[in-house]
Design a protein around this ligand. Structure first.
Ligand SMILES: [Zn+2]
Length: 263
């Protein structure tokens, strides 16, 4: 758990590992910052005087930076108070590569869309750190986004069903072809649902096998999964459509991904 450290005007303060997801100016010298914390999930707080303070916050409250923050727990939908921040990792290489940065932005949008304030999640924080670290280490952004998203949907409770046909329950096999039905969140075999109904995405057997393996793999082994260019393209198309269906809105940052790093 996060460590309780002190009191600030009767309010308990905690130290939490956190990643900056959003940061905007407030008044003359404050910043309002949204973090994703290891134990509290999404947390929005005010860093008083942050734009003046050289010592407490300088260069730390940048989007994607990993920090140890000292903060209060927000009550009654108010903002947390961010007392100070210690830099853990700035992911510098990620910031210098436009396709890595754009991919990280898509990841950021999905986390903001799929989480609520102060709803802790033990799976999402390590997954976010895994994705940022992998992008920073120069792995294929398309592979990282594919692997991140398949695990993200599982973490938020909407794991797409990719191992057997929703109608006949048969496990995927070589003699059959499959489409993903976004509204049902599942694949169906083309014997059960011939043709190409609306809101379906074809998925090849190789892609289905790679994605189900990614759903089951421990996080520290996810890196070892190899995805062909064809699988990355198919999988990202399906994950994009699934995300739009789930959140009932466009994923705004995806448009930049398409422009800058075609799969
Ligand atoms: Zn079937």
């Amino acid at each position: 758990m996060a460590t309780a450290v002190s009191d600030r005007g009767g309010k308990q303060q905690l130290d939490s590992a956190a990643v900056v997801l959003d940061c905007r100016e407030h008044g003359e010298s404050d910043l309002i910052v949204t973090f994703f914390c290891r134990h509290h999930g999404r947390l929005t707080g005010i860093a008083k005087g942050a734009r003046r303070s050289k010592k407490r916050f300088v260069n730390k409250l940048e989007i994607f930076t990993s920090l140890l923050i000292r903060h209060t727990i927000p009550q009654n939908r108010r903002l947390a108070f961010i007392a100070e921040a210690e830099l853990l990792e700035s992911f510098l290489k990620l910031r210098q590569d436009i396709s890595c940065y754009t991919t990280a932005n898509v990841i950021r949008e999905f986390i903001l869309l799929g989480t609520q304030e102060m709803e802790g999640d033990e799976e999402l924080y390590p997954l976010l750190i895994w994705a940022l670290t992998s992008l920073d280490s120069g792995r294929s952004p398309q592979a990282i986004l594919t692997l991140f998203l398949i695990r993200f949907f599982t973490a938020i409770g909407y794991s797409p069903q990719l191992s057997h046909c929703l109608d006949c329950s048969q496990e995927v096999h070589q003699a059959e072809t499959y489409t993903f039905h976004t509204a049902a969140g599942s694949i169906r075999c083309n014997s059960c649902t011939p043709g190409k109904p609306a809101n379906t995405i074809p998925l090849s057997l190789g892609t289905l096998k790679s994605l189900t393996a990614a759903q089951d793999q421990p996080l520290d082994r996810l890196q070892r999964l190899q995805l062909s260019s064809h699988s990355k393209k198919e999988a990202l198309s399906f994950l994009h459509h699934y995300g739009r269906q789930l959140f009932q809105r466009e994923i705004v940052s995806w448009a930049f991904l398409d422009t800058i790093s075609p799969v």
